[in-house]
Design a protein around this ligand. Structure first.
Ligand code: MG
Length: 384
């Protein structure tokens, strides 16, 4: 059988490097056609050499000379800029595109991959949060497939394989609760980045780890699930499950609940998407039923974690509201990581930006980019 030819958008980040780890374990199944990164020339060049990658893109164009120099002795072709990335993902030499870029920046190349009818293994949830209706419509129009990589959505997808055409009554989206699950409102308000960055169960990049601490991540995942599974948000319920063993559940009309379980390790959903529908080994730890004694569940607290409430409000409002929430949050999280604002300012900025939104009920792609720019400017105004 021919190897699956993979493109990884964002190969130096957390999902990117874990995807490479899965590919490294299965040279008989996969080959790397394209990798990209925003800034990390050193790691990108090392990856290009290790996997003998045909095309290597550095999105930050000012870093191009450094990358070209690092790869001058190799066979890899070196490119710069998001425009190059957008045309290269459409190549006939690419079968599967792994969307692992951070934030809104992943939207354009993801749309290009879908326009070319590719299989997109999507980890970059902000793409669906900002432009879910456009992204899913583009996939339908071009017969492209979106396979979820986000662990909860991969779990739901795996549970749905048992649906046999039956309608979903409810999705139970599990949340670890993050590092502040048991903290008071006052403690959370004053928490510094070093504590927010300590996720109890998952090994992830900085942006998503902060989003997990605020539960903005779970809110975005509600929106992501709404689009991936075409389900009304009122049927998506968040349940806090601190052990992160159940990755999500699907309930049917007869009350039967199908759950997907495993040790928290992103390589499972990555491997499942890369080689779907056949399962492969990914080098992860397996659940040990002799050690695992308790699975516990709690109702999420929207008072201590207002970002989750804001996400439900944004998806209920629809249009460009989720895009605005994402844009505000990207600015707020970056400012928080730089020490410019406190943790409790993140939901405040998000709420203020949502309230100040120039609402569009059925936004075009241009409207989405415009909303992203406008709201980022408003959010930045809240910081200075
Ligand atoms: Mg997740």
């Amino acid at each position: 059988m021919r190897k699956r030819r993979i493109a990884i958008l964002g190969s130096t980040g957390s999902i990117g490097t874990q995807t490479l780890d899965v590919i490294r374990q299965h040279p008989d199944l996969f080959e790397l056609e394209l990798i990209s990164a925003n800034n990390n020339v050193g790691l990108l060049a090392a990856q290009a050499r290790e996997f003998d990658v045909n095309n290597v893109v550095i999105c930050n164009e000012s870093r191009y000379p450094a990358l070209a120099d690092a790869l001058k002795e190799s066979d890899s072709k070196v490119w710069a800029g998001i425009g190059s990335l957008c045309s290269l993902v459409k190549s006939d030499n690419v079968d599967i595109v792994v969307g692992a870029m951070v934030g809104f920046s992943g939207l354009r190349p993801t749309l290009c991959a879908l326009e070319a009818g590719k299989i997109v293994a999507l980890a970059n949830k902000e793409t669906l949060v900002a432009a879910g209706s456009i992204v899913t419509r583009t996939a339908r129009e071009h017969e492209a497939v979106i396979l979820p990589v986000d662990s909860e959505h991969s779990a739901i997808f795996q549970c749905l394989l048992a649906a046999q055409g039956n309608a979903v009554e409810k999705i139970h989206l599990t949340a670890s609760g993050g590092p502040f699950r048991t903290w008071t409102k006052e403690q959370i308000a004053a928490a510094g980045p070093e504590t927010a960055l300590k996720h109890p169960n998952w090994n992830m990049g900085a942006k998503v780890t902060i989003d997990s601490a605020s539960m903005m991540n779970k809110g975005f995942e509600v929106i992501e699930a709404r689009w991936l599974f075409d389900i009304d948000p009122s049927r998506i319920e968040v349940v806090v499950h601190p052990e992160s063993v159940i990755h999500s559940m699907v309930e049917f009309v007869d009350g039967a609940v199908i759950a997907q379980l495993g040790c928290p390790d992103m390589r499972q959903p990555i491997g499942f998407a890369l080689n779907f529908p056949e399962r492969i080994t990914v080098g992860n730890r397996k659940l040990d039923w002799n050690i695992l004694h308790t699975l516990s569940f709690e109702k999420p607290d929207m008072d201590r974690f207002p970002c989750l409430r804001l996400a439900y409000e944004a998806i209920e409002r629809g249009g460009n509201a989720p895009c605005a929430l994402n844009a505000a949050n990207e600015v707020a999280v970056a400012a928080y990581l730089k020490g410019l604002i406190s943790f409790c300012d993140i939901p405040k900025i998000n709420e203020k930006c949502l309230a100040g939104l120039n609402f569009a009920a059925d936004p075009s792609l241009e409207d989405i980019f415009e909303t992203n720019r406008e709201i980022a400017a408003i959010a930045n105004g809240c910081i200075d």
